[in-house]
Ligand binder design. Sequence first.
Ligand code: BES
Ligand code: MN
Ligand code: ZN
Length: 511
Amino acid sequence: MVSTKIRHSVKKPDIFRGDVHICCLTQDKKGKLVFPNGYTLKELESAVSWDDFKGEVGDSLLVYVPNIGKAKDKTARVLFVGLGMSEGKNTNELRELCRNVGGNIAAEIEQIRASVLHLTLPCIQTMDGKDIAECFVEGIMLGDYRFLKYKKESEDNPSFKGIKTLTVYADKGGKSVLKGMKKAYASSLAACKARDMANEPGNSWTPTSFASYAEELSTEYNMTCTVLGKAQMKRLKMGGILGVNQGSSEAPKMIVLEYSSKKPKAQTLMIVGKGLTFDSGGISIKPSAGMQDMKYDMCGGAAVLSTMAVIGEEKPDVNVVAIIPSTDNMSGSSALKPGDVIRHYGGITSEVVNTDAEGRLILADALAYGIEKFKPNSVIDLATLTGAVILGLGHHRTGILGNNQILLNRVLKAGEKCGEPLWQLPLDKEYTEQIDSDVADIKNTGGRPAGTITAAAYLQKFVGDTPWVHLDIAGTAWDFTKKSYIPKGPSGTGVRTLVELVRDWKGFTDK
Ligand code: BES
Ligand code: MN
Ligand code: ZN
């Protein structure tokens, strides 16, 4: 999908030449198929008369039509795809519907191995053409994702490589349709890049890989990249990330990538992502069953860095500092031990009760350092932080907590808009008491009750009164709700929420 080209066209669909022509159809209030203008194809009418195609969501019909348009010499393929009824659905539901149907299209075209597509969008009264185009392109591109890097190609059955060109037909509002498509293109590409990073195994995607990609982005988009290595971490007394890294032979990196907006007096947003490239649990080792999934423990970092690519491309009116603390969590002979006390950047000491609660240790240093150095107006962190969030919210919603309800609401709204739903958990001071330690300022676990909240309470110790929001994506970064446009494996969650936020950034006037 990385090489997909998108275009929009005002040419009548009947003079299209390509692998398949896709026509999206809705139903009216009574559930009757709405025939689109220009598609009085008898093949479709026949299918409808047999009740073989109703136009419900998930319905599709592939027909072969001889002698249409310029393709006189060839039979054209037309794929009809149903959306069901749009009546009674709110804007976010409609957006999700379009993405879902887009994902269905990606699955269908893989079956027929079509790579040059022409798409006629449905007409949905309560939705802008631009938004319809955006959500369809998003669904198709996100659904057209596959990770084939480590698979041997079979000679007689080569794998489908994805869409080459996607042309969207729009007879009016072409410019704004193209705008919607471009937005979708950028955010989907970034989400797929985050999936690529996550799909790479722990022996390939290392802290150094994060650093190299950040450096690449900084060159491409004229951003500033600083990578702190072990020596600098020692100088800065970042005891959290250094502690977690102690058992590993892989070098830790704290990656800082800064985008400066041209807008005078722009506010600064800091985004922080957990970049734990493999979490064995350390000395508090995890059970071996399923441990391979812990290569995904860097999905927060992947989401943050991918978002920076969109920021570089679109240059929003807000300064953005991305920080990715990155290491793996291993159990070598010099590894951190339960009971050890570490000192974080800024001086707070912590008793490490469980070496598997390592995410908060590396994030604490990143948050404290970034807030002191960049004085951001707002901070958002993303982390696959706790198994407990899966017990609470399953794989359907990201847990969200924070210290500022305005910022929380903005993130909640952005997530809802792009099909990455969140659910807020409380963060009262009673939870904070669970991480009081007898020997240090705090300890790194608060026991079994409210595991997601006590993890957030730990992070809260390092943000002061800067408006801050924490996203626990442990349940949604992979194994996310089954959706047509989210393949098995890593979902790329968080990218589109962050992109949505920065595109329409509303700062704080009081800070
Ligand atoms: N990376 C894990 C969290 C995780 C667990 C993500 C399952 C996805 C699926 C994190 O570092 C961790 O191990 N957390 C511990 C914390 C506990 C020891 C307080 C957990 O959730 O079990
Ligand atoms: Mn862990
Ligand atoms: Zn972890």
